[in-house]
Design a protein. Structure first.
Length: 205
């Protein structure tokens, strides 16, 4: 792609680094910004910069937050005896959109994937175990994507937490194998949370 400006080329190259954005889409986005008021573009730039510099991760559940403890973990209206374990923030948002869950979360920060060099030590597993040691949890729900990586992670986590005197559940398999939570419609995901089953029972299905 030939550019009439080095500044334009550099901007397109940066936008093209975003997931799912090719050079043509990047060029369209950059040209759109060029057509906007300078104030709007500066506000856009400040929002991205502020996001990167000031964003925090909840010290309790590791969800993205504006404070050291996120609004969900600090809420007195939530059931703190119920922990839903998810892969990342996108899954928290997906489950929250169902309005079917009133517990709190634990964000792993990924899934076990030997092919990608991601092992248990790369995830927030030890902090989950520490939370369970506080004896406040009555039930833990594994809400992981129905993929090979999700099932591998689920199997490992079950081995780590099965010694605790808590109910261990997994979301119902209304989600097709290979499906990722963030792409599941809200009705299906909500029903999967509401009709969760004991983890041991899910192994026989």
């Amino acid at each position: 792609m030939n550019f009439s400006s080095k500044l334009l080329e550099n901007a397109v190259a940066e936008f093209a680094k975003l997931p799912g954005v090719g050079q043509k889409t990047a060029l369209r986005l950059v040209l759109h910004l060029l057509n906007q008021d300078k104030q709007d573009v500066e506000q856009f730039s400040k929002a991205i910069s502020k996001l990167r510099n000031e964003i925090q991760f909840c010290s309790v559940c590791h969800n993205i937050s504006d404070q050291s403890v996120c609004e969900i973990c600090s809420s007195h209206k939530r059931d703190h005896s119920l922990i839903c374990v998810v892969e990342d923030t996108r899954d928290v948002m997906a489950i929250e959109n169902t309005n079917q869950y009133n517990g709190i979360y634990h964000v792993l920060g990924g899934l076990i994937s030997p092919m990608d060099g991601i092992g248990p030590s790369d995830l927030q597993v030890d902090t989950l175990v520490e939370r369970l040691k506080a004896n406040e949890t009555k039930e833990i729900i594994f809400a992981l994507s129905a993929t090979m990586e999700g099932d591998t992670t689920l199997f490992y986590l079950h081995k780590r937490v099965k010694s605790f005197n808590i109910t261990i559940s997994t979301i119902a398999r209304g989600i097709a194998f290979g499906g990722e939570l963030e792409y599941v419609d809200e009705i299906t995901l909500g029903r999967s949370i509401a009709t969760r089953v004991p983890y041991e029972n899910s192994l026989t299905k």
